[in-house]
Structure formats: C-alpha cells, structure tokens
Design a protein around this ligand. Structure first.
Ligand SMILES: C[S@@+](CC[C@H](N)C(=O)[O-])C[C@H]1O[C@@H](n2cnc3c(N)ncnc32)[C@H](O)[C@@H]1O
Length: 211
C-alpha cells in the first residue's frame, strides 16, 4: 500500500470519531468553530480531494443552472460550481465556515455566490427550486435515519430533470459514511433515477442522480 493510500485511509477512519456528532447541530457548530481555521489546509493536504470534488461538480452542474451547495463550508465546491452555474447558493450551519467563504468571495470578487447561515433545509427561502444540488462531505453529519428524509427534501427542491451530485467517502472504509447499498437504496426511495456511484482515489465516492 502506498504512503498516500495509507494516509487517506487512516485520515478517513479517524473522522468516524467526529461523526459521533451526527444530527447534533450545536456540537457541529462548536466543532467547526475551531476546525474552520485549518479546514482548507487539512483537506488540501490530499490533492485528490479537490480534484475528485471538481469532477463531481463538473458531472452535476450545467451552464445556466441555479445550484444549491448543501453544507458548503469554506466554499471549495461552491467556487467550482460558480465557475459553471449562473448562480450558486451555499448553505451551512456554521457561521465560522461561512465567514471563511465570505472572505474568499470578497477577495476573489465573485458575484454569483449567495450564502445562507443556517440548517438545511429549514434556513432556505420558501418555494425555492434548483436545477442542480451538490453536497460534499455533509450528508455524513445527518444520522442514518435523517438521511432518508434529507434525500427526499433534496428531491423536492429540484426542478424536474434536476441533477444531484454528492462527494463523500466510502462507508465500506469508514462506517459513519454510507455504503454503496445504503446510498442507492436511500436515493431510490426518495424517487431519484439514473443513480451512478463511482469509487475514486482509494477512499472517495462520487454519486450522481437525476430527478
Ligand atoms: C466536512 S464539512 C464540508 C464542507 C465542504 N462541503 C467541503 O467539502 O469542503 C461539513 C459541513 O457541513 C455543515 N453542516 C452539517 N450539518 C448541516 C446542516 N444540517 N445544514 C447545513 N450545513 C450543515 C457543517 O457546518 C460543515 O461546514
């Protein structure tokens, strides 16, 4: 096993500890208050993280889209989406992660990203719909029971023929993430079609689906 593969596996397995905060919003906010300072640095230690995430965004987001990024954090996937879409809305529970994103937005003078601080889906405006929805390493923060409902809420937020793209880790390696079977089952139950699950760069998983 190469050093990078071992590093990725150990890192992702270690996150099972922090994922004990599943569904506990206040604990997540406290956790990301601290983590926001080194989040970008830590994920960028693995070049595959950004590369594979960008692939997911490219498979999901199309020119002209209004896109939602659920759990946008410091905005790594939000910026990839903003290069393609007309407009991207990022929503995140953590004001500290959003603050890092807002600093980057003003530094880069980006005009097509709007951010919302609050919990998905409650903090979204009423009656809003999206052409595409992306989410990276966030579904893991919901409990396995909540996830079924979250996918249904995502389905309802998509316009007809809308697209979903997920980027995450493989549940077969770190148990807080979903296994292939669990994702396929949850997405089918929510009503999604054309579900594609692709394992990439040792530990990552790209999932795409259509309404
Ligand atoms: C591991 S970070 C991922 C950030 C970014 N998507 C990325 O991949 O770099 C997970 C993010 O999900 C957010 N989050 C967790 N539960 C959420 C919820 N119910 N609504 C909105 N954001 C949530 C956290 O605050 C955190 O910023």
């Amino acid at each position: 096993m190469s050093f990078l593969k071992l590093f990725r596996k150990l890192y992702i397995k270690s996150t099972d500890f922090t994922h004990s905060y599943q569904g506990k919003s206040q604990k997540l906010v406290s956790f990301y208050k601290i983590w926001s300072y080194c989040y970008d640095l830590s994920v960028n230690l693995d070049p595959a993280f950004g590369r594979e995430m960008k692939k997911m965004v490219g498979l999901t987001v199309k020119p002209g889209d209004i896109t939602l990024d659920i759990g946008c954090g410091t905005g790594i996937s939000t910026f990839y989406a903003a290069e393609i879409a007309d407009k991207v809305m990022g929503i995140d529970l953590s004001a500290d992660m959003i603050h890092k994103l807002e600093q980057k937005i003003s530094r880069r003078k980006i005009e097509n990203i709007e951010v919302i601080t609050g919990s998905f889906p409650e903090a979204l405006p009423q009656n809003i719909k999206f052409d595409s929805i992306i989410s990276s390493f966030t579904i893991v923060h919901f409990t396995p029971e909540q996830r079924k409902n979250v996918y249904k809420q995502i389905y309802d937020l998509l316009l007809s023929d809308g697209r979903l793209g997920l980027f995450s880790a493989q549940g077969e390696i770190a148990s807080s993430f979903e296994t292939k079977g669990e994702i396929a089952n949850n997405l089918e139950l929510a009503g999604f079609n054309k579900i594609e699950i692709d394992d990439v760069s040792d530990i990552y998983r790209i999932v795409t689906a259509e309404k």
